[in-house]
Design a binder for this molecule. Structure first.
Ligand SMILES: Nc1ncnc2c1ncn2[C@@H]1O[C@H](COP(=O)(O)OP(=O)(O)O)[C@@H](O)[C@H]1O
Ligand SMILES: N[C@@H](CCC(=O)OP(=O)(O)O)C(=O)O
Length: 274
């Protein structure tokens, strides 16, 4: 007996964290990127519009320069992100090209979305690309985004960015792929009694009390920013699924309605027996 979640999105945003596409030694996880290109192209071929929000600029840049850790100086971080981002987008372009899938890089800063004209330009850009079945690959413009006192350019991290992109692109579903199977009653890396919560309808104090620290050393947000992203997406009446990106084919399972990961949804799911 299987119980199916009915998501049926026409437009989906997929976010991959650093831990999913960069190995612990800061080298690129080519196996995951290759599978991601296969899965996302297949969705496009089936008529689903796809936006990819990908972290990894810093991690890939560190790997290229054979550095183990992020330097403290901001100009150094920005230079490393610039190196990593161009390399990462090159790998994505090559992997997607195996399936004749066109991708395009979109680098955003917060200020661009705060001003009405540039906000509208971003909407127009996404619309145009999606209409042409192009997959936009989005990241924060790390090599220039740094907050000044009167000028906010930085996002809190790519979890927040992916929730914003879900609004801007008017997608029906956000899938956040991380290094963990979903949202637990505590950080499973520290609390072995933590259990996975399959569905969450509201981000209340109880849910917030389950949020532990971040897992990977290069990711910026950890679980706290994923829960903020879920709150933002829920406030717009849209669902988000948090699942493990180890095997990107999990995206097929999510769209098939399987109970994988944690589904954040404004309305309690009425399970359908198939
Ligand atoms: N309640 C929780 N449920 C699941 N993971 C949690 C929880 N609290 C903290 N974490 C940590 O959050 C990590 C995922 O966040 P992060 O390392 O930033 O990943 P990503 O690079 O995918 O953004 C998990 O590996 C885990 O260590
Ligand atoms: N823009 C940064 C992303 C940092 C970030 O948010 O990382 P993660 O928490 O792994 O999604 C980069 O590409 O390195």
């Amino acid at each position: 007996m299987t119980f199916l979640r009915k998501l049926n999105p026409k437009k989906v945003v997929v976010k991959v964290g650093t831990s999913t596409i960069v190995l612990p030694n800061n080298k690129v996880n080519l196996r995951t990127i290759s599978r991601l290109a296969f899965v996302l192209t297949d969705l496009c071929n089936r008529g689903i519009e796809v936006v990819l929000v990908s972290s990894g600029a810093m991690g890939v840049g560190l790997g290229i320069l054979n550095l183990a850790n992020r330097p403290a100086e901001i100009p150094e971080q920005q230079a490393i992100s610039a190196i990593g981002q161009s390399n990462l987008i090159g790998i994505y372009t090559k992997e997607f090209s195996i399936y004749q899938q066109i991708v395009a890089q979109v680098l955003l800063t917060r200020d661009v979305l705060l001003y009405p004209e540039s906000h509208q330009n971003v909407i127009n850009t996404f619309d145009t690309m999606l209409r042409r079945r192009i997959i936009p690959i989005v990241n924060e413009n790390d090599s220039i985004s740094i907050d000044e006192l009167d000028h906010k350019t930085a996002f809190s991290d790519n979890d927040e960015l992916s929730a914003i992109v879900t609004e801007v692109a008017d997608a029906d579903l956000l899938i956040v792929l991380s290094d963990i199977d979903g949202f637990y009653t505590g950080n499973p890396h520290k609390d072995e009694t933590a259990t996975l919560i399959p569905e969450i309808n509201e981000i209340d104090d109880e849910i917030l009390s389950y949020v532990g620290g971040k897992g990977s050393k290069l990711g910026t947000g950890g679980m706290a920013t994923k829960i903020s992203a879920a709150k933002r997406v829920l406030a717009h009446g849209k669902p988000m699924v948090l699942a493990n990106g180890r095997n990107p084919e999990v995206i097929f399972d999510i769209l098939d309605g399987q109970e994988v990961g944690t589904l954040f949804t404004p309305k309690k799911t009425v399970h359908v027996k198939e």
